[in-house]
Write a protein that binds this ligand. Structure first.
Ligand SMILES: Cc1ncc(COP(=O)(O)O)c(C=O)c1O
Length: 432
């Protein structure tokens, strides 16, 4: 340690601030340099519940729901449950007036047992099993989104009452060259394929086609892409009226709104998005002389990402020749910690006084590299606690995930409540 390091670690350091673009609004450093979220020190949560753990700030989740409702007063806001589906979270978001979209039978079970009115559930048929769609129809979920002919035929075969259906179309919009997820891409691009699918649904007496669903891609911060999606979808709706004399009333524009993972990252500005949607709807409906459809948005990340903070314990710190540092933590991509958010990782259990170094963060399981070029205190040591902000979405792992899932602890007004228990460890699972 140099004299400068010694000096900088002993002088009093002004309290650092946590950037509210990536941390829950109710987070700060306490006088001993520990990070406090929702009135609870993260170090205390780690002590009580172990690590790795996701902490979820209820106030922030509710605040995001309100921000969406305020920016889009005429629009249905549907929480995309795949981002983080936990019964308590379902209760928070429905309390705030949101509906819920689910993507699997597990997620459907969670939503239903949370007590949500099935009419407020949108079930996505993509990658779904026969059983899940049967259950969704039996439970009379409000809408089912069909993205393939197989799903349409299946729904038609099992529906014994009129089932409202949205057809999932691909708007074929190139968002900065971002690839669409091939596994989830619907079978119906706008045009001939969409027209054939519409004909199929309309030929099934129990299927009530009410409109289209379209997920552009994810992590979009330029709202113009949604304006383009509206133009293409309204044109398609006008085509249905032309071909079948049927007026579709609903247009679900999916989610995909970018959030900031690091200070300075671009994120979707909801006010700008609202203005673009309004203008695009006015223009598209006027051009097609089409009645204004009911619009729904399905944000997932935009609701829960910033409310979540993942806690990781430092297991070891290795200083390699050439000055490179590798920090091993008690989690990993396969254990539920996704690399995207790790860039903004900070020390959470004490004040970082000395200089910082660039480090690689690796998971304990298999020493997989989780992130490179992370700035961490040079005096980081085993036992220290790291906090990863903006990690509330797609961390816990959705129901179909094959990764182990982190426990989820809710915090609010100085209280913490366990929402999801830790998964059984090796010995618990070993049948002996
Ligand atoms: C159909 C659908 N709706 C909503 C979402 C939510 O996206 P995000 O969490 O990026 O808002 C997704 C995510 O891929 C999706 O596929």
């Amino acid at each position: 340690m140099t004299l400068l390091d010694l000096f900088s670690s002993t002088r009093s350091v002004p309290a650092a601030r946590l950037d509210t673009a990536i941390w829950p609004r109710d987070s700060h450093y306490d006088e001993s340099g520990r990070i406090v979220v929702g009135g609870v020190a993260l170090a205390d949560i780690a002590e009580r519940y172990g690590t790795a753990t996701t902490v979820l700030d209820e106030h922030e989740v509710r605040g995001r729901c309100r921000a969406y409702r305020k920016a889009f007063p005429e629009t249905e806001i549907v929480y995309a449950g795949q981002a983080l589906l936990v019964r308590t979270v379902v209760n928070w978001v429905t309390d705030e007036g949101l509906s819920v979209a689910v993507h699997s039978s597990d997620e459907l079970d969670v939503a239903l047992t949370a007590g949500i009115d099935p009419k407020r559930i949108i079930m996505h048929g993509n990658r779904e099993s026969f059983d899940a769609l049967v259950t969704a129809v039996d439970c009379r979920v409000g809408r089912i989104v069909a993205g393939s002919l197989a799903e349409i035929n299946l729904l038609a075969a099992v529906a014994t009452h009129p089932q409202r259906v949205l057809l999932r179309l691909s708007a074929d919009i190139d968002v900065d060259g971002q690839p669409t997820d091939i596994a989830r891409r619907p079978d119906f691009p706008v045009g001939a394929a969409a027209a054939a699918a519409v004909g199929q649904v309309l030929s099934k007496p129990m299927l009530d086609l009410i409109g289209f669903h379209c997920q552009v891609v994810s992590k979009i911060y330029n709202p113009d892409y949604y304006g383009e999606a509206i133009r293409r979808m309204v044109a398609e709706m006008a085509q249905v009226r032309h071909d079948h004399g049927r007026i579709l009333t609903d247009l679900d524009l999916g989610g995909g709104h970018a959030v900031a993972y690091r200070s300075g990252d671009a994120e979707m500005n909801l006010t700008e998005l609202a203005a673009i949607l309004e203008d695009a709807l006015d223009a598209a409906c006027a051009r097609q002389r089409f009645p204004r459809p009911n619009i729904a948005l399905e944000p997932g990340r935009g609701i829960v990402a910033r409310a979540g903070v993942t806690l990781l314990r430092v297991c070891s710190v290795k200083h390699h020749d050439g000055g490179h540092t590798c920090v091993i933590v008690d989690s990993g991509a396969r254990a539920g910690t996704r690399p995207a958010a790790l860039a903004a990782t900070v020390l959470a259990n004490r004040r970082a006084a000395g200089p910082h170094r660039t480090a690689t963060v690796a998971g304990r399981a298999g020493n997989e590299i989780l992130a490179t070029d992370i700035r961490l205190p040079a005096d980081l040591r085993p036992g220290d606690l790291l906090a990863v902000p903006c990690s509330g979405a797609y961390q816990h792992g959705h129901a179909l995930s094959d990764t182990a899932r982190l426990p989820v602890i809710a915090v609010d007004s100085g209280r913490c409540v366990e929402l999801v228990r830790r998964e059984p460890d090796m010995l618990d699972r070993d049948a002996g």
